[in-house]
Design a binder for this molecule. Structure first.
Ligand code: NAG
Length: 479
């Protein structure tokens, strides 16, 4: 069925069906948000005065051009942590607003906040580091809102059998945005200066903002333009009663049932453990390469964007293959969620274990690339799984697991920094090995828990208002 829908375009108007236009625009939207997530860490290299920070000694050996700001490591760490702070603050409220009011607008505002804060960043930087950090906070607020909003969009727009492909197109945008941002930011900063980075990247967003605003509605039921009647009824009927009722006010969030649901706990554990590995590969492995292997990945834009490019490709290919297999009746949806999760956990786990035995930088880069590539499996694994078990609460569920999964991103750099602070190279190497092995243990937990408890079946608490009429909150319209 799904393969038919893909190949002969069931419910298609014109060249391409509206749900795939939504998916591509959503993908670009997430690419923008993730682009802003990484661009400051690159732009800041040309913003600070390295000479002043090195107490006046020349930095010609490092080969870095000086910028106007004397911001030391601590200050830069603070600026980076402001993004995470905003990210955590907005996540759960925006998930609820996306479900109850409008996911389309949550996404639009998320991108708008990022664009406006970007354009204001150069001025803010000249005012004070605190003002610049405030811009990062605002961008983080938008970043935190983007995942829950897009989860709700997928729940409303994707027929269950196409959820893998549509979800993967959208989430692969995070990888693509990271690649483009690393390359573009480096280029703009080198050719036109760091201020242009913020103006150009911010300005480009307004194109997306306008198109998304005009072309896309919250759900196929609300979409009045650019959609055929066949496609609308195809999507709505494939989603069954729970979606086609077109009600914006879902019932009260059944928190007790959510937290006692093993399929949800399995996703929560998988998301948390997976992020431990993700931050390890992404932020700590480059530190290891730098400190132990004496190789600076950050200065090489091509090499540092390569893993994300491979991840983008892998995400799309894997989701396509799994959808085909599912369509042919070879595997179930639950099984394809487990396969995706397995790729995203087993392969990076092996890479982390091997990397502690590889003494050269190129080997480490290769292992990092393979690991990050396969982490792309999570998009058709446990991440899309939130929507399967409870499409009515997709935004809230992903907000909860993502909030918990942000903890390793905050804790890990500090723990690793503390453990590897030894001056003795042998002790340092030993500490790094222990850290890599500890991360592998998190992956083992993920694999076991998700394999046993993960499921793609819709859970009974997804439809609380029909089963518990007394739990209906005030203000529900009685249709
Ligand atoms: C960087 O700092 C050094 C030493 O404090 C100073 O001489 C130089 O002019 C500064 N460069 C810029 C671009 O501000």
């Amino acid at each position: 069925m799904a393969s038919e829908a893909l190949s002969n375009g069931q419910g298609r108007t014109g060249l391409i069906s509206t749900r795939y236009i939504m998916a591509m625009l959503g993908s670009i939207g997430l690419a923008i948000i993730y682009g802003f997530k990484v661009n400051v860490s690159i732009a800041i290299i040309s913003m600070v005065n390295h000479t002043a920070l090195n107490n006046g000694s020349s930095n010609s050996s490092v080969g870095l051009e000086d910028g106007p700001f004397v911001w030391d490591n601590k200050m830069r760490g603070l600026i980076h942590s402001m993004y995470f702070t905003g990210y955590l603050i907005s996540m759960i409220p925006s998930g609820i607003v996306a479900e109850k009011i409008s996911a389309k607008w949550v996404m639009n505002i998320a991108v708008l906040l990022n664009a406006v804060a970007s354009i204001c960043s150069p001025v803010a930087a000249h005012i004070s580091p605190a003002a610049f950090a405030a811009m990062r906070l605002i961008q983080g607020l938008g970043g935190g809102a983007s995942f829950p909003a897009m989860h709700v969009m997928i729940a409303k727009w994707a027929p269950p059998k196409e959820r893998n492909v549509i979800g993967s197109i959208i989430y692969a945008g995070t990888a693509l945005g990271t690649v483009i941002s690393i390359l573009l930011t480096g280029l703009i900063a080198a050719d036109m200066g760091w201020e242009a980075v913020f103006y150009i990247e911010g300005g480009l967003c307004f194109i997306w903002f306008t198109v998304w605003w005009i072309a896309i509605a919250d759900s196929p039921a609300d979409q009045r333009r650019f959609i055929s009647a066949q496609e609308r009824s195809y999507i709505l009927s494939s989603l069954g009663n729970s979606e086609s009722r077109h009600e914006k006010e879902t019932s009260r969030i059944p928190l007790r049932q959510i937290f006692s649901s093993m399929p949800f706990i399995a996703i929560l554990v998988a998301h948390f453990c997976s992020n431990c590995g993700w931050y390890m590969l992404l932020t700590q492995l480059p530190t290891y390469m730098n400190e132990v292997l004496h190789f600076d990945l950050k200065t090489n834009a091509g090499l540092s964007s390569l893993p994300f490019f491979c991840m983008w490709l892998f995400t799309l290919i894997l989701s396509y293959v799994l959808t085909k297999l599912q369509g042919a009746g070879v595997i179930t949806l639950t099984f394809s969620r487990k396969i995706g999760t397995l790729f995203a956990s087993v392969v990076p786990m092996i890479c982390l274990v091997i990397v502690s035995y590889v003494g050269n930088a190129l080997g480490a880069v290769a292992l990092m690339t393979i690991g990050v590539t396969c982490i792309g499996g999570m998009y058709c694994g446990f991440l899309a799984n939130h929507i399967d078990i409870a499409p009515n609460f997709a935004g809230t569920l992903v907000a909860i697991t993502n909030a918990v999964a942000t903890i390793p991103g905050i804790v890990m750099p500090n723990v690793v920094g503390y453990l590897t602070s030894s001056k003795d190279p042998d002790e340092k190497l030993f500490a790094w090995k222990m850290i890599f092995f500890a991360t592998a243990v998190f992956y083992v937990i993920e694999i076991i828990v998700y394999w046993i408890f993960g499921t793609a079946k819709e859970q009974p608490w997804n439809k609380t208002d029909s089963s518990h009429p007394q739990a209906v909150p005030l203000g529900r319209n009685d249709d």
